[in-house]
Design a protein around this ligand. Structure first.
Ligand code: NAD
Ligand code: TDX
Length: 333
């Protein structure tokens, strides 16, 4: 099987490539990645000739046509992925997330290639802290940020290409991922690397916003489950019952790193900041038999801290630029 992985040099995509390479010797992988600020060749070290790496843009129809035509399956991870960046400069989000997805859909339609679309729970908007409901496949779309709006739009393009053109596609909407190789702009790596640097973690607003954390390997195992057993045209929500508010996460992290649990600051809130995400993944578990393997968030967080401590050469080149970007945005941290 030959799998084309877009965005394979980013956080979740590179973990998908490593997991697949390590566990599925019969699979050949081609990574298509534009190597934006978020893509890193260092995330793809230690692989053999079962993995090809192509530097290119998913909005470049010629490149996409050539690579999709040679693939059996396309797994589409590539995106502009960070909410704060989308508030400061939405244009690349519209281009990559919407035009890029459209370009891939036209190619998979032409060659009748199986397509799996990676998306986010943020398309559903947010929940109140005390809402007894969680997001399910039936929840109406209600995105809040330019990022989540472009992801929602890309999901709707996929559904239209399935219905109108018979494209063989599935969609997954996953909750917040954590694990190795996540860019230091994101919450958990930003705070781990701040603590390593002796800088106090920064929590937006009152720090009580809730995210539903899942280990990146559990996400990627679910993606394989859907590729192999999912029903064409269906959407599956991926989550691991990992709800924690931002204060709880940072307090655990501080204690695990030998600091006082209260050694953090509350800073200006993110515009439009979603209050709470929570995923009900019953359909994926019941229909396809998937179960997360990382049930202990604290243990996963400690592993992640260890990874950043051991791999400073990976994240150090990103750190100053990421913090300079924050300093120049209205979300001052
Ligand atoms: P990331 O920002 O770490 O990686 C994105 C990758 O896409 C980078 O390697 C980048 O170079 C590449 N890329 C960006 N624009 C491109 C373009 N025009 N052409 C080709 N490559 C391009 O993102 P991530 O956190 O790994 O997210 C991957 C996917 O998973 C995204 O679709 C995101 O919406 C989705 N998702 C992420 C999370 C999360 O918690 N991080 C949760 C749910 C869903
Ligand atoms: O410095 C910070 N302080 C802080 O309090 C940062 C960077 C974030 N936060 C808060 C905002 C959120 O409530 O932490 C939470 C997580 O923030 P992010 O890591 O930016 O993630 P989020 O906005 O929830 O989106 C993530 O999950 C869904 C990914 O970036 C998306 O790509 C994915 O779709």
């Amino acid at each position: 099987m030959h799998v084309l992985v877009t965005g394979g040099a980013g956080f979740i995509g590179s973990n998908f490539v490593h997991l697949t390479h390590a566990t599925r010797p019969e699979v050949r992988l081609t990574v298509l990645d534009a190597f934006t600020y978020a893509g890193d060749r260092a995330s793809l070290l230690g692989l053999d000739d079962r993995v090809d790496i192509v530097e290119g843009d998913i909005t470049d129809a010629e490149t996409v046509d050539r690579l999709v035509g040679a693939a059996d399956v396309v797994v589409h991870f590539a995106a502009e992925s960070h909410n704060d960046n989308s508030l400061a400069a939405p244009a690349p989000f519209v281009h990559t997330n919407l035009v890029g997805t459209y370009t891939l859909l036209e190619a998979v339609r032409k060659y009748d290639v199986r397509y799996h679309h990676i998306s986010t729970d943020e398309v559903y908007g947010d929940l109140e802290l005390d809402d007894p409901e969680r997001f399910s496949e039936a929840t109406p779309y209600n995105p809040s940020s330019p990022y989540s709006a472009t992801k929602a739009g890309s999901d709707l393009l996929v559904r239209a290409w399935v219905r109108s053109f018979g494209v063989r596609a599935t969609i997954s909407n996953c909750s917040n991922n954590y694990g190795p190789r996540q860019h230091v702009e994101k919450f958990i790596p930003r705070q781990i690397t701040n603590v390593i640097d002796g800088v106090r973690p920064k929590l937006y607003g009152d720090g009580l916003n809730v995210r539903d954390w899942i280990h990146v390997d559990d996400h990627n195992r679910a993606v394989w489950t859907i590729i192999e057993h999912g029903q064409i045209g269906e959407t599956y929500l991926i989550g691991a019952d990992g709800e924690h508010n931002n204060r709880q996460v940072v307090e655990q992290l501080l204690v695990a790193m030998g600091q006082d649990a209260k050694d953090y600051d509350l800073v200006t809130d993110r515009a439009g900041h979603d209050r709470r995400y929570a995923i009900d993944s019953a359909k994926l578990c019941r229909e396809l038999g998937w179960q997360p393997q990382f049930s202990d968030f604290t243990a996963g967080l400690i592993d992640t801290i260890d990874w950043y401590r051991a791999n400073e050469s990976w994240w150090r080149p990103q750190k100053a630029a990421a913090e300079a970007k924050y300093a120049g945005q209205h979300v001052i941290g």
